[in-house]
Design a protein around this ligand. Structure first.
Ligand code: DX5
Ligand code: ZN
Length: 221
């Protein structure tokens, strides 16, 4: 049976002056979770939102919130983001001095522990940590900005992670982030991704977010 595909709208593409409306629209359009991009201006060359904004939006939705930490040593903030309402804590392997300890910190704080890989980082860096990882986020653009073109050369990495998990007998959720739109979604789904994060692809979909989410979700079939 084909795996269920989850769609996670990235709030980076939302209307920040009317965030509550964007969240309600995403929920109404059938989103499965929300993606909250945190950038520190050091790990990536951009700065976005953080703990107080997460706290403010938490009561607005029941959807799980994936906190994508594009931050140096993100585990320092695991408890604070958990307290603010984060459900999934996705940290970059390149930003963690001790990945296994960082994953432990996220879990102790009560969140699902996720790991993200920048485009130049191979799947093999996760070989040893795989049993402790619940979810991997494969970046399909360089992290830092929304609206960039999808990198098709990331497709084999998705399949490789899927195979690594299969061999290890480990249930791994594979998410993708960056340039995910109707015309790229089919390829990532067929490569093995089950959670599709999309910012401009859903918020700016010409026929509205509801049709956009459904089109992306079914692009692989
Ligand atoms: C970029 C962020 C993404 C971004 C994706 O570093 O991690 O979540 O919002 O934007 P799109 O889907 O527009 O490429
Ligand atoms: Zn992201």
């Amino acid at each position: 049976m084909a795996p269920l595909i989850k769609i996670s709208p990235s709030l980076l593409a939302a209307d920040f002056a009317h965030l509550a409306d964007s969240i309600a629209a995403a929920e109404e359009a059938g989103a499965d979770e929300l993606h909250f991009d945190v950038m520190d201006g050091y790990f990536v060359p951009n700065i976005t939102v953080g703990i107080p904004v997460l706290e403010a939006i938490r009561p607005l939705t029941k959807l799980p919130i994936d906190v994508h930490m594009m931050v140096h040593e993100p585990a320092r903030y695991a408890q604070a983001f958990a307290d603010a309402g984060g459900d999934i804590f996705t940290m970059h392997v390149e930003a963690c001095d001790d990945l296994d300890a960082s994953l432990g910190d996220a879990r102790v704080a009560g969140m699902t522990a996720g790991v993200s890989l920048k485009p130049d980082t191979p799947a093999s860096v996760l070989q040893a940590s795989l049993p402790f990882v619940e979810r991997v986020l494969v970046m399909t653009v360089e992290p830092g900005f929304g609206g960039q073109p999808f990198m098709p050369e990331m497709l084999p990495k998705i399949t490789e992670l899927q195979n690594m998990a299969k061999i290890a007998g480990h249930d791994l959720e594979i998410a993708v982030d960056g340039g995910i739109k109707v015309d790229t979604a089919g390829d990532v789904i067929n490569a093995g991704a089950t959670t599709l994060i999309s910012g401009t692809g859903v918020f700016n979909y010409p026929d509205g977010m509801k049709i956009g989410i459904e089109a992306i979700r079914t692009a692989g079939s």
